[in-house]
Design a protein around this ligand. Structure first.
Ligand SMILES: *[C@@H]1O[C@H](CO)[C@@H](O)[C@H](O)[C@H]1NC(C)=O
Ligand SMILES: *[C@@H]1O[C@H](CO)[C@@H](O)[C@H](O)[C@H]1NC(C)=O
Ligand SMILES: *[C@@H]1O[C@H](CO)[C@@H](O)[C@H](O)[C@H]1NC(C)=O
Ligand SMILES: *[C@@H]1O[C@H](CO)[C@@H](O)[C@H](O)[C@H]1NC(C)=O
Ligand SMILES: *[C@@H]1O[C@H](CO)[C@@H](O)[C@H](O)[C@H]1NC(C)=O
Ligand SMILES: [Ca+2]
Length: 495
């Protein structure tokens, strides 16, 4: 793949060369000029063809390495902030494979400047540039923060998944009287790497798939509250890894109720010296999605595309709308069918919910006339009986504010005038059904029975006490003329 880069760099060179030569031989024949024009056009076409392409470098083969993406004529690296297996899946789909993410320049420091940062994918995007990210080139990452992937044959990961779900619960294989867990290496007792005692020694946990779900269970187990951070790090030191493949639901009271893959002498694919660690806290926000409001307010509305131009700029309609806009001169008179509903999130925790982006990175949204402080605060999906998405997964950026509060609680956060954003304890952020983009575009969905899923803080970008009240999975009945949403159940955003 190296030759692609060479071609593009040399393209500029050749272009300059031709121009220079041109100055000296003004009286080139028309034939020569045409040939030259054709040649340059060919090079430009090539550049267009490479737009959005992916290459992996630094790995043992072309399916493994740091990720580079081609944009505007040059290759650029991807920063590992927010980089996860969903993003790796999108990259590896290029090669008809699935994949796992690597972070921290596992395949060497980035050799080009960063094109992408804070990439958030759902996993079903057709290319990396369809995921959410900061602007092209907007990044403050250093060379040692390159994102990478390891692409695997689809069958490889299938067996991996099987192994995962088959993993036994720890209490089934451990003598609970002779084991325990502790945090080591932190500057205070509530943080550190997680160690587990067995057969006379303490050992660490392999951090593969270590997430807020596992970290929360560790903090609960130790009676230290909730996980403020779930870390894969060497900063709290290192000890022999004796446990791998830990997977918790996130609502267990004991780590021993979680599943695992291996215990004792285990293989661990993590970066050398990196182990699972947590920071626990007693004070944390806890968003609770209001399912009753979703059921009560959900309804269909047909809207002409003329009224939806602003929403289209924010990608709030499904792909077919953009095709109509492209191919149909009278597209403004076409209508879209929207499933609208109100989403209300109550902070029932004991700390404020604050966006993770610092204020200077908030994005101004012309249509909504306010700043968005979280790129993906909520996702809305409609799935058929087989779990296949039938209406495009919709990522909503929100402005966070106190819309309604319990009696006696003062509103503190407001989106107006570049105000501070957040959700106070005992207040709700309410996104009314009549707000732009607060919908799913169901124009292309046939009448029938579906599953409707709404999730807030879906990637756990902001730590919470519990994630099991962040997603509503509901039944949706769609007919030719109306829609009903009912039977909503609260759960965690990802199964
Ligand atoms: C992708 O891989 C699967 C399984 O290995 C194979 O069945 C399918 O034909 C492949 N598709 C393409 C486009 O290569
Ligand atoms: C990688 O980059 C980091 C930060 O920019 C730097 O400190 C480190 O020395 C670099 N490592 C190599 C091998 O170049
Ligand atoms: C993945 O599939 C390719 C082509 O089918 C095969 O050559 C290769 O050995 C496979 N890799 C692994 C690790 O199984
Ligand atoms: C316990 O440790 C001893 C030696 O340290 C080892 O021989 C034995 O196999 C271990 N048992 C288990 C169940 O890991
Ligand atoms: C929030 O409401 C609960 C229940 O009404 C109350 O116990 C708690 O003190 C309130 N917290 C704050 C910070 O207002
Ligand atoms: Ca929650």
């Amino acid at each position: 793949m190296v030759h692609i880069k060479l071609t593009v760099n040399s393209m500029v060179l050749i272009f300059l060369l031709i121009r220079t030569v041109g100055v000296f031989c003004r009286d080139l024949s028309e034939k020569d000029r045409n040939l030259r024009a054709k040649y340059i056009q060919k090079l430009l076409n090539k550049q267009k063809k490479y737009e959005g392409r992916i290459k992996l470098t630094g790995g043992p083969n072309m399916y493994e390495g740091n990720v580079y993406v081609f944009h505007a004529g040059r290759w650029g690296a991807v920063c590992d902030d927010s980089w996860d297996n969903q993003a790796a899946t999108v990259v590896c789909r290029t090669f008809n494979k699935t994949g796992v993410a690597t972070v921290g320049s596992q395949y060497g420091n980035a050799t080009e400047k960063f094109w992408l940062d804070d990439v958030i994918c759902q996993g079903d995007e057709t290319s990396l540039s369809r995921c959410a990210f900061n602007r092209w080139g907007a990044s403050d990452c250093k060379g040692d923060e390159a994102a990478g992937v390891k692409c695997l044959n689809k069958t490889d990961t299938l067996s991996l998944k099987k192994r995962k779900t088959r993993g036994k619960k720890l209490h089934e294989v451990l003598d609970l009287k002779k084991t325990g867990i502790r945090l080591v290496g932190g500057s205070d007792y509530s943080e550190g790497r997680v160690e587990i005692y067995h057969n006379g020694t303490w050992g660490s946990i392999c951090p593969e798939a270590w997430s807020f779900y596992e970290a929360t269970t560790v903090c609960q187990h130790l009676d230290m509250g909730y996980a403020e951070e779930a870390l894969i790090t060497f900063k709290y030191g290192f000890s022999n890894i004796i446990l791998s493949g830990v997977q918790c639901e996130g609502n267990e009271r004991s780590l021993f109720q979680c599943r695992h893959r291996q215990f004792g002498n285990v293989g661990c694919k993590s970066e050398k010296g990196h182990v699972a660690a947590v920071v626990c806290t007693q004070k944390l926000a806890d968003l609770i999605l209001d399912t009753i409001t979703i059921e009560r307010t959900a309804h269909l509305q047909d809207v002409t595309m003329y009224m939806l131009q602003c929403a289209m700029e924010e990608n709030c309609l499904s792909r077919t709308a953009y095709e109509i806009q492209k191919h149909n001169q009278d597209w403004q008179y076409e209508t879209r069918r929207l499933l609208r509903f109100t989403a209300s999130s109550f902070n029932g925790g004991n700390a404020e919910f604050r966006p993770y982006l610092p204020k200077h990175l908030w994005q101004w949204h012309m249509c909504h006339m306010h700043y968005h402080s979280m790129e993906v605060f909520a996702i809305f999906d409609v799935m058929d009986k087989n779990g296949v998405k039938v209406a495009e997964g919709h990522k909503a950026s929100f402005c966070l504010e106190d819309n309604t509060c319990l009696p006696g609680v003062d509103k503190k956060y407001s989106c107006k005038n570049y105000g501070d954003q957040g959700i106070s304890v005992n207040c709700s952020d309410v996104y009314m059904y009549n707000i732009d983009c607060q919908w799913v575009d169901v124009t292309d969905v046939q009448p029938g029975d579906y599953t409707f899923k709404v999730a807030v803080n879906p990637h756990a970008r902001v730590a919470e006490q519990s994630y099991h009240n962040n997603a509503a999975t509901c039944r949706l009945r769609l007919t030719d003329s109306y829609a009903t949403v009912f039977g909503c159940k609260l759960g965690r955003p990802y199964p």
